[in-house]
Each structure stands twice: as structure tokens, then as C-alpha cells.
Design a protein around this ligand. Structure first.
Ligand code: RET
Length: 360
């Protein structure tokens, strides 16, 4: 029956209702693989601490600890902390399932029926790849809905990759195709949409934001296309041993996490966060737009003198420190009636300055 067929095959024959859980798996890491995983776990932990230390002792000291200057350090450190735990798990020979291979090989390094598949790798990636994309795409000043949509495609890529790795039959390649489609979408967003935005962002201090973005984006995308190759040779095709898989993924992860973090933070060294639309405000900092959502703290300090949010000194500035979209002639953004009645939707969602509005 046609409904039972997928590409001419019967899905219930390919994937029978038999739960194969073996007592042992045949294709596993050895102590060399475990040693490598220990080393990478330590490297990830040390890198995370180094990013935090740099944020506080170098950048934070120069900028009064303002969060917008160290937010990229924190995102990058979080990525490395998560990887540290995932590598700890793999080094301990945990976080895996024994999955029947599709292709049984004669090569003694990959001979056998069941292969150790580290699902913990995907738990790591499902947390860290969105953070990596956040690092990259925030640099371009893309609007947050576009960033979120790209992250959704990334999650689909990782989750379909995980399902494919856990499937024994040829159906795993169906998931591989879904993951590849998602990867191409992410690639398009990063390489074309993000790049166009980054080029259009006006820098207030001469920093070349377009070039910084290009550095971070190309580092990331070049590496990301190597992951499906590693997958095809290990979880997918059972071509390389558990230890070779450990080497392949470890090299990629070190370059894609601490390596990428160093490149990104170097590229960010001169960027003014306000130029890419990043304004982080805690409750004690006056809002950029004083006309909406005044809180009690501000009223108490007489920054706002009434419930309508008019500044205490009566000055009718637009409460906006100049990072909105500029008119084509580059003159400063005027105060207008719309801002005077702006709602909280306005608050904290400032667009970066654009020289010309990109066509997206
Ligand atoms: C999978 C499955 C097969 C198809 C594709 C994949 C892509 C994985 C990627 C992972 C990136 C991981 C990173 C980790 C950070 O350290 C899931 C292997 C396309 C791109 C950057």
C-alpha cells in the first residue's frame, strides 16, 4: 500500500518493532579516546574561566563592568562550560547508546554489530550551537526575529542529526538530508543575510563591523560544514573507529568553541555595542526612552517626575541617545510625537544604525 511505502520501501519492515538492546557494544573508544576526551574537557573548562577572567579583569575594568561590553564573553564562556561537561561525560564512557550499525565492516577497528553512539554530543550542540549563532548574528545587528528563526533551523539540524545517529536502518540518511537542508538554511542566513546587515551597520568609532562579522562568520561556517563529514564517517557510515571519531570531533569542537571565541572577541575589541543595537540596562540605569514604563526606582530618584514619564527637569528631549535608524542624509534622529507615546514595545529593542536599510 502506498501509505506504507517511503521511497519504495516498507517502513515497518525496515524498522521492525524489535527493541535491540545489547549487553555490550562492539565498536567503542579505547583509553586513548578517553584520554583525549579528558584533555578536551579540561581545555574547555580552562577556556571558559579565561573568557570570564578577560571579561572582568580586562574589558570590565575599562568599561566599568557594563554588561553590554562583556556579554559576548559570557555567551562564549557558557558555550565552553557546557562542552566541558559533555566531554567529561564522554571521557567517563557515559552518555552513549549502543546502536546497531547499518554497515558491518571487515576492518577490525570497526568490526561488530553495535557501535557506541555518544548522544551527549548532541545535547551539548543543541545548547551551544544556538549560542554560537547568537555570538555571530548579534554582531551583524540582525533583528531578533531573524536571529530566532535561524536558531530554530539550527535546532532542527541538531535534533534530526541525533535521531539519524540513533536509527539503525537506512532511514538514518533521511534525517541526514533534513539536517543538511537546515544547515544550508543557516549558511544562507549567516553568509548572505547577516553579512548584508553587518556591512550596512554604521560604526560610531571607525570600527569595521562588516569585517569583524566576516571574520566570525567565515570561521564558523567553514567549520560547520566539516561536521556532516565526521558524522558520515562515524555515526552514519561506521567507517572510522571510536578513537578516530574522538579526534575528528574534538579538533572541530576546539576550533569551533574556544578557537571561535578567541576570534570573535578579537574581532569585537573595538566595536561599540550600541552600534549593533546592544543596550543592556539594569533597574538602576535610566532607560534610553524615558517616556514609557517608568519604574518606582526611577520615580524615587526623581529621574521621572510623574506617571507619564516626563523627565523631572521638564526637558523634552526624546529620551533617546541616538542609535536609531538615521535619515538618508545622516542628520540626527528627531524627537517626534510617536515616541512621546511609545509603548514598552519600544523599550530595549533599538535597531542599530544603518547607513542604508538592507533589503531583507
Ligand atoms: C549533524 C548530522 C548530520 C548532518 C549535519 C550535522 C551538522 C552538525 C553541525 C554541528 C555543529 C556543531 C558545533 C559544535 C560546537 O562546538 C548533526 C552532524 C548537517 C553543523 C559547531
Amino acid at each position: 500500500m502506498a501509505s506504507k511505502q517511503l521511497f519504495g520501501r516498507d517502513s515497518l519492515t525496515s524498522n521492525p518493532n524489535v527493541f535491540n538492546y545489547p549487553a555490550t557494544s562492539d565498536i567503542n573508544i579505547t583509553s586513548h579516546g578517553a584520554d583525549l576526551y579528558w584533555a578536551v574537557s579540561a581545555l574547555m573548562g580552562v577556556s571558559a574561566l579565561a573568557f570570564i577572567a578577560h571579561a572582568h579583569f580586562v574589558v570590565g575594568r575599562k568599561t566599568g563592568g557594563a554588561l553590554q561590553y562583556i556579554i559576548f564573553h559570557y555567551i562564549t564562556a557558557a558555550i565552553c562550560f557546557v562542552a566541558c561537561i559533555a566531554y567529561f561525560t564522554m571521557a567517563s564512557n557515559l552518555g552513549y547508546a549502543a546502536i546497531q550499525v547499518e554497515f558491518q565492516r571487515n576492518n577490525p577497528l570497526v568490526a561488530g554489530v553495535y557501535r557506541e553512539i555518544f548522544y551527549v554530543r548532541y545535547i551539548d550542540w543543541v545548547i551551544t550551537t544556538p549560542l554560537l549563532l547568537l555570538d555571530v548574528l548579534l554582531t551583524s545587528g540582525l533583528p531578533w526575529p531573524v536571529i530566532l528563526f535561524t536558531i530554530l533551523a539550527d535546532e532542527i539540524m541538531i535534533v534530526t542529526g541525533l535521531v539519524g545517529a540513533l536509527v539503525s536502518s537506512q532511514y538514518k540518511w533521511g534525517y541526514f538530508v533534513f539536517a543538511m537542508l537546515a544547515l544550508f538554511f543557516v549558511f544562507y542566513q549567516v553568509s548572505f543575510v547577516g553579512a548584508r546587515h553587518a556591512k550596512a551597520v554604521r560604526s560610531s568609532n571607525g570600527a569595521n563591523i562588516g569585517r569583524s562579522y566576516l571574520m566570525a562568520a567565515s570561521w564558523t561556517m567553514a567549520l560547520w560544514f566539516l561536521y556532516p563529514i565526521a558524522w558520515g564517517l562515524s555515526e552514519g557510515g561506521n567507517v572510522i573507529s571510536g578513537d578516530s571519531e574522538a579526534i575528528f570531533y574534538s579538533v572541530l569542537d576546539v576550533l569551533a568553541k574556544p578557537g571561535f571565541g578567541a576570534v570573535l572577541l578579537f574581532a569585537h575589541r573595538n566595536i561599540n555595542p550600541a552600534d549593533i543595537g546592544i543596550h543592556v540596562r539594569d533597574y538602576s540605569t535610566p532607560r534610553r526612552n524615558l517616556y514609557s514604563g517608568a519604574n518606582d526606582h526611577e520615580k524615587g530618584r526623581n529621574i521621572i517626575d510623574n506617571d507619564h514619564g516626563v523627565p523631572a527637569n521638564g526637558a523634552h528631549n526624546n529620551g533617546y541617545n541616538g542609535n536609531g535608524a538615521l535619515p538618508a542624509n545622516g542628520t540626527e534622529r528627531p524627537a517626534n510625537a510617536a515616541e512621546a507615546v511609545s509603548t514598552s514595545a519600544h523599550h530595549g529593542t533599538a535597531e542599530p544604525r544603518m547607513q542604508t536599510r538592507p533589503n531583507v
